[in-house]
Design a binder for this molecule. Structure first.
Ligand code: SAM
Length: 349
């Protein structure tokens, strides 16, 4: 995350509005708020928009104390096994049944409380984070481990999410919109774009959190008990044919003088295509950031007893960060940023 904050840091003035239009876990938006900017965090998925509202829009001094009190009360509720426990801890085994039944009791109680949206989002964020600490998935929810992971045997524990005080620059905002539709109506100094870059859809990867937040008891299918709408809901960014036009419309609609874009090197759009699409914004600098793959891929394929039965894929992936700006920005010299285009330069120069 360091290079992203560094790039935003050289572009954004002290009281700037910085938009994160694909905020996902909200960790980047949260770090941007911690750095003092006014943050607009947006994500099309309900659980992601809720994390953004709970961790970015909600301010510590407004909700901290009340949220702590509610979390203490929720922690003492007796387990209430029902549809959620049966689906995700018996039919599928993402959670220990007792933890699932406690989550179910807590989620029902939150629904009954009918709280202010920001406070409700703080409590739901605490619920998702607590569930995430004791789940038995391989890092995504397309599958679950055959034997419950050791962490899944630990008791579910609610903690107050890391709320931050309101920045001096002003309040932050969380939205749940399609980024392409939203882009033309926002005013910000920097827009950070981290869209999906291949076919892996976040709804399918985190369907359990979407259901926990929506609490809509959806029809589910398959061994993984995914929500039925995983079949129909697809972001344009998850399609090889759709991503180019969607990204082009997004870039054209944004009025921000600076765009910071994260994109996986193995994604549907290659470096030359992205450079061409961003060329009209002025100066363009690119940083390559190697990442280790997540453990499941790195360590190899294991059977239920934990014995290695397959070989892992390549050890690393590459993320590229593109900084497109109306004025030339001086980036930290200890990072290997490459200037690839200046205004008026011909493609390929
Ligand atoms: C690569 S993830 C972002 C990860 C995030 N930066 C983080 O650190 O957790 C992409 C996100 O884009 C969201 N998304 C996909 N299509 C979208 C769209 N059209 N508008 C808004 N959000 C979208 C997904 O729900 C997902 O959370």
């Amino acid at each position: 995350m360091g290079p992203i904050l560094g790039a935003v840091g050289v572009a954004a003035g002290e009281r700037a509005v910085v938009a994160d239009l694909f905020s996902g876990s909200a960790r980047v938006a949260h770090a941007l708020k911690a750095s003092g900017w006014r943050v607009l965090a947006n994500d099309a998925l309900r659980f992601a928009a809720t994390l953004a509202r709970g961790m970015v829009q909600a301010d510590l001094e407004v909700w901290g104390e009340r949220a702590r009190k509610f979390l203490a009360e929720l922690s003492h509720l007796p387990p209430a096994p029902g549809w959620f426990t049966e689906t995700y801890a018996v039919q599928a085994r993402y959670l220990h049944p007792v933890n699932a039944a406690r989550l179910e009791a807590m989620r029902q109680a939150i629904a009954r409380l009918e709280l202010e949206p920001e406070l409700e989002a703080v409590l739901l964020t605490a619920l998702v984070q607590a569930a995430d600490r004791v789940d038995s998935s391989p890092g995504h929810q397309m599958a679950f481990l055959r034997e419950l992971a050791p962490r899944a045997l630990k008791p579910l524990a609610l903690r107050l999410p890391e709320l931050l005080p309101r920045p001096a620059a002003g309040p932050c905002l969380a939205l749940g919109e399609d980024a392409v539709g939203l882009a033309g109506s926002i005013d910000c100094e920097v827009a950070y774009l981290d869209p999906p870059y291949d076919q892996h859809a976040y709804l399918a990867n985190y369907h359990l959190w979407e259901t926990l937040v929506r609490w809509d008891r959806p029809e589910v299918y398959g061994r993984a008990r995914k929500r039925l709408d995983c079949r129909s809901h697809r972001s344009a960014f998850n399609s090889r044919a759709g991503i180019g036009p969607a990204f082009a419309r997004l870039v054209a609609a944004l009025r921000a003088p600076t765009l910071v874009v994260s994109f996986g090197a193995e994604g549907f759009l290659d470096r030359a295509t992205l450079e061409r699409m961003l060329a009209g914004r002025g100066y363009l600098q690119v940083l390559e950031v190697p990442h280790r793959r997540y453990a499941g891929t790195r360590l190899g394929i294991h059977n239920a007893r934990g014995e290695k039965v397959g070989t892992p894929g390549p050890a690393g992936t590459m993320e590229r960060i593109y900084l497109a700006s109306a004025r030339r920005l001086d980036l930290p010299s200890d990072q290997d940023w490459r200037e690839v285009r200046k205004p008026g330069a011909c493609p390929g120069t």
